[in-house]
Design a protein around this ligand. Structure first.
Ligand SMILES: [Zn+2]
Length: 340
């Protein structure tokens, strides 16, 4: 139910998994995950993925009015998930995280950069596409390709591999190509206009607000009515390890960055203020009690941020004595995996 769970990693598969299949309905995915959580030998971590609003977002662009019904449907689906978790008496016992792996921005045929205008097709192979074109020059053509592309278009930034900004934690990996050309937000790189073009896309600079995913969490481990300005998606891994009481492998995240989300931590609070939009409908959103009005929250978040695909992570809650003390977490060192 999560792309990739049907792949062997470190010689093992998850305890239960379904081969990824887009055509399985959301209701069936929810039924399956609840079955696994309530089995005789229950799972402690369940992952559920839904393809929208990513799919439609690519087709029509996140700014399209056609996204409205798609967002409303995601909202309904989250309501359904909560309803079924309550029915299975899991709602108060699991920690639920709703997130995404990226945002999305609106593209336009008026903002296209055609590589054919600047480069000879026979001089390079295009390994990865817009908005980050990964370019492998043919033998002996490196300088020619780089010189032709650098400064070619005002909305295209061209990097030699070694010049890629450190903050992307990207440049040291073998899979990264010798030349990387990055489009400005909303611009689209094509070889020529006959290539596939999407009205919505992601993969732009992760500093851009439009690229940011959402993060919502609910459950006994999390503080209530707490909001945090930002966190790194890489911090999710140590957070999940903490909730599951497993030792994290080397990673790029930081548990300390997300410790304030937890009810057991001693946090520096950022007070939660309700937005006027939220107040408009918060009395009885969809018949849920206020603290349980997830669908409503997500509706607002998706409407304003447009996060495209959503992931649901359910973690069986450990009782306090099972949760590792924060002591060992303090000695964590974020491992710069891609900087080695
Ligand atoms: Zn996508």
């Amino acid at each position: 139910m999560w792309p990739g769970t049907d792949v062997k990693i470190h010689e093992s598969f998850p305890t239960y998994y379904l081969p990824y299949n887009e055509s399985v309905s959301f209701e069936d995915r929810v039924a399956k995950i609840i079955e696994w959580f309530t089995a005789k030998d229950p799972i402690n971590l369940g992952l559920l993925y839904w393809e929208e609003p990513d799919d439609t977002g690519h087709d029509v662009g996140p700014d399209s009015p056609l996204m409205g019904p798609v967002i409303a449907d995601v909202d309904r689906k989250l309501g359904y998930l909560i309803k079924m978790l309550k029915k299975a008496k899991l709602w108060n016992n699991v920690n639920l995280i709703i997130t995404s792996d990226h945002g999305m921005t609106q593209c336009s045929k008026q903002r296209v950069i055609e590589l054919d205008r600047y480069l000879d097709k026979d001089h390079y192979t295009l390994i990865d596409h817009s908005p980050v074109a990964a370019i492998l020059p043919k033998e002996g053509k490196y300088n020619e390709v780089y010189d032709a592309l650098a400064g070619a278009h005002p909305n295209l930034t061209v990097y030699k591999k070694e010049e890629i900004p450190e903050r992307w934690h990207y440049k040291h990996n073998d899979r990264v190509q010798p030349i990387v050309a990055v489009a400005d937000e909303g611009w689209y790189i094509l070889q020529n206009k006959s290539d596939e073009f999407l009205l919505g896309n992601h993969g732009y600079d992760n500093a851009l607000a439009e690229m940011h995913p959402i993060f919502l969490a609910h459950g006994p481990a999390f503080r209530k009515n707490f909001t945090k300005e930002a966190m790194n998606s890489t911090d999710l891994y140590p957070l999940l390890c903490h909730l599951l009481n497993v030792t994290a492998l080397p990673h790029n995240g930081s548990f300390r960055n997300v410790q304030d989300l937890l009810s057991s931590a001693a946090p520096k609070a950022i007070s939660y203020t309700q937005s006027p939009t939220h107040l408009l409908g918060s009395d009885k959103p969809g018949g849920y009690e206020q603290e349980e009005s997830y669908p409503y929250y997500i509706g607002i978040s998706l409407g304003s941020i447009i996060t495209i695909v959503f992931f649901v992570v359910l973690i069986k809650h450990l009782i306090h004595s099972q949760v590792p003390t924060l002591h060992y977490m303090q000695v964590e060192v974020a491992q710069p995996l891609l900087q080695a």
